[in-house]
Design a protein around this ligand. Structure first.
Ligand code: GDP
Ligand code: ZN
Length: 466
C-alpha cells in the first residue's frame, strides 16, 4: 500500500439532497484552508463556529458550521476540518471545489474511497478489525448487524483477539527461553504446564470462532438461490417468506425475468434469496427462450455457483419433469440442495421434511402458507445458526479464515508438545514455531501482520468520504 500523505478532502455525507451536507478535510496543517474558507487564522478546537464559507473574492458559497479537530484528537489522527453546509449536491460540489482550490498550496486533493479510515488505521486510532467495522456499520442491513458492527467498532472483537495474541506470545516466550537450555527441554513441558496453557488457549479460540462465525453470518447472511422451472411458485414462495409483494406473481410462464434479491430475516438470521429468471431450456415446448430471457438464464447459473444453498422448487401436483432433471444436472457439486415440492394443496401431500440422499425434500404450499416453517427451520440448520449464541461482534470471512488457520497451528503445536520423549528431540522447536505462526495469523485480524495488498483491497471497498 503506497501511502500518499497529502491533505485530502471529500463530501462525507451521502449523495443527493439533505438538510445538512458535510465536507471533510484531513491533513497535517490545514491553516491555509481555514484562513481561506472561514476568514480567520484559527477556530476554537472542537467547537462549532457559524460562519460564511468564502469564495476567493470573499462572497459566500453557503453559511454553516465549521469545526476544527486539531491532531491527534480527530478521526484520522491528523488535523481535520469539517464544514457543515446545506445538503444540496451543487452546494456541496462548490464547497469541495473551493477547498481544493484553497488547499492547492498545501497539495490538497480529493480523497480515495476509505482514505479517511485508512489514515485512522495508519495513525493507530483504530486497528484493522475496527476499520472494517466502520464499513460494516454503514452497510448493515439489519438492526442486529448494526449493533454487532458497533460492538466491533468499539473494540470488543479486537480485545478478544489481543488477549489471545498475548496468551500465545507469553507461552511462546516461555518455550523459547527453554530452547537455550536443551538439557531441560524434556522437563520443561511438565514443569511449566505448557500443555495445560495451550489447551486453555485452544478452548478460548474455539469460543471466539463460534461467535465470529455467528457474526460473519449476521454480516453476510445465508445466500439461497431459488431455482425451478416457470410457474412452480418461486415468486409466491419469496412473497410468503418475505411477507410482502417483492416479486411479480403472474400465471404467465417466464415473467420473472430479472434477478430479484430480497434479504429477509429468519430468527434474526439474514437470508438473501435470489429469485431467478424462470429457467427454460430451448426446445422444450417448441418455443426457445428469447434474448432477454437467455441473459436472465445465464445470470441464474452464475448465482447458483456461488450459493450457500440451492432451493429447487418443483410442482408436487405435476411431479418431476424432464426439465427438472436438466436443472438438477447443472447444479454444482457440494452445495446443499433443498427440493421444495410446492402446491401440496392440490396434490394432497402433507407438509413434511424428508431427508433423502440426493437432497432434503420439503412439501409446502406457498399459496396456502403450509410447511413454510419447516423450510425456515431447515435453512437455519444448514446455516448453523444458533439462536443461543448471541453475536457479540460482527466478523468477516477473512477473520474466520485467520482464526481457523491459527487454530490449526495450535493443534500442530499440541501434537508436537505430546512428543516429550527422545523421539521428540526437536519437538520444542516445532512447538515454538507453530505458536509463532498462530500468533501471526491472529495478528493479521487486527492488522499487525497484514500484507499491504490486502490492506489496499480492504480500504478500497469503502465509500468515498469515509
Ligand atoms: P414462478 O414462475 O415459479 O415464480 O411461479 P409463481 O409464483 O408466479 O406462481 C405461478 C402460479 O402458481 C400462480 O398462478 C400462483 O398463484 C400459483 N401457485 C403458486 N404457489 C401455489 C400453491 O402453493 N398452490 C397453488 N394451488 N397454486 C400456487
Ligand atoms: Zn506442524
Amino acid at each position: 500500500m503506497t501511502f500518499d500523505s497529502s491533505p485530502i478532502a471529500a463530501i462525507a455525507t451521502a449523495p443527493g439532497r439533505g438538510g445538512i451536507g458535510v465536507v471533510r478535510i484531513s491533513g497535517k496543517n490545514l491553516a491555509p484552508v481555514i484562513a481561506a474558507l472561514c476568514g480567520r487564522d484559527s477556530l476554537q478546537p472542537r467547537h462549532a463556529t457559524y460562519l460564511p464559507f468564502r469564495r476567493a473574492d470573499g462572497s459566500a458559497i453557503d453559511q454553516g458550521l465549521a469545526i476544527h479537530f486539531p491532531a491527534p484528537h480527530s478521526y484520522t489522527g491528523e488535523d481535520v476540518l469539517e464544514l457543515q453546509g446545506h445538503g444540496g449536491p451543487v452546494v456541496m460540489q462548490m464547497l469541495l471545489a473551493r477547498c481544493v482550490e484553497a488547499g492547492a498550496e498545501i497539495g490538497l486533493r480529493l480523497a480515495e474511497p476509505g482514505e479517511f479510515t485508512q489514515r485512522a488505521f495508519l495513525n493507530d486510532k483504530i486497528d484493522l478489525a475496527q476499520a472494517e467495522a466502520v464499513a460494516d456499520l454503514i452497510e448493515a442491513t439489519t438492526e442486529a448487524a448494526a449493533k454487532s458492527a458497533s460492538e466491533s467498532l468499539s473494540g470488543a472483537f479486537s480485545k478478544v483477539i489481543h488477549e489471545l495474541v498475548e496468551q500465545v506470545t507469553s507461552l511462546r516466550m516461555l518455550v523459547e527461553a527453554t530452547l537455550d537450555f536443551p538439557e531441560e527441554e524434556i522437563d520443561f513441558l511438565k514443569q511449566s504446564d505448557a500443555r495445560g496453557q495451550l489447551s486453555k488457549i485452544r478452548a478460548t479460540l474455539e469460543d471466539v470462532f463460534k461467535h465470529a462465525a455467528q457474526g460473519a453470518l449476521l454480516r453476510d447472511g445465508l445466500n439461497a438461490v431459488l431455482a425451478g422451472k416457470p410457474n412452480v411458485g418461486k415468486s409466491s414462495l419469496l412473497n410468503v417468506l418475505a411477507g410482502s409483494d417483492v416479486a411479480i406473481v403472474t400465471p404467465i410462464a417466464g415473467t420473472t425475468r430479472d434477478k430479484v434479491t430480497q434479504t429477509i430475516q429468519i430468527e434474526g438470521m439474514p437470508l438473501n434469496i435470489i429469485d431467478t429468471a424462470g429457467i427454460r431450456e430451448a426446445g422444450e415446448d417448441g418455443s426457445g427462450p428469447d434474448e432477454v430471457e437467455r441473459i436472465g438464464i445465464e445470470r441464474t447459473w452464475a448465482e447458483v455457483a456461488k450459493a450457500d444453498v440451492i432451493l429447487h422448487m418443483l410442482d408436487a401436483d405435476r411431479g418431476p419433469t424432464l426439465e427438472d432433471e436438466k436443472i438438477t444436472a447443472r447444479f454444482p457439486e457440494g452445495v446443499p440442495i433443498i427440493r421444495i415440492w410446492n402446491k401440496i394443496d392440490r396434490s394432497g401431500h402433507k407438509p413434511a421434511v424428508d431427508q433423502m440422499p440426493d437432497a432434503t425434500h420439503i412439501y409446502v404450499s406457498a399459496a396456502e402458507d403450509q410447511g413454510i416453517d419447516l423450510l425456515r427451520g431447515e435453512l437455519l440448520r444448514i446455516a448453523g445458526w444458533q439462536q443461543t449464541v448471541e453475536s457479540r461482534y460482527l466478523a468477516r470471512e477473512r477473520h474466520l479464515l485467520a482464526l481457523k488457520s491459527a487454530g490449526e497451528h495450535l493443534e500442530h503445536a499440541a501434537a508436537h508438545a505430546a512428543l516429550d520423549n527422545e523421539a521428540g528431540e526437536h519437538a520444542l522447536d516445532l512447538f515454538a514455531e507453530e505458536l509463532r505462526l498462530a500468533q501471526e495469523r491472529l495478528s493479521s485480524i487486527t492488522g499487525r501482520f497484514t500484507p499491504d495488498d490486502l490492506l489496499g483491497v480492504i480500504f478500497s471497498r469503502f465509500c468515498i468520504g469515509k
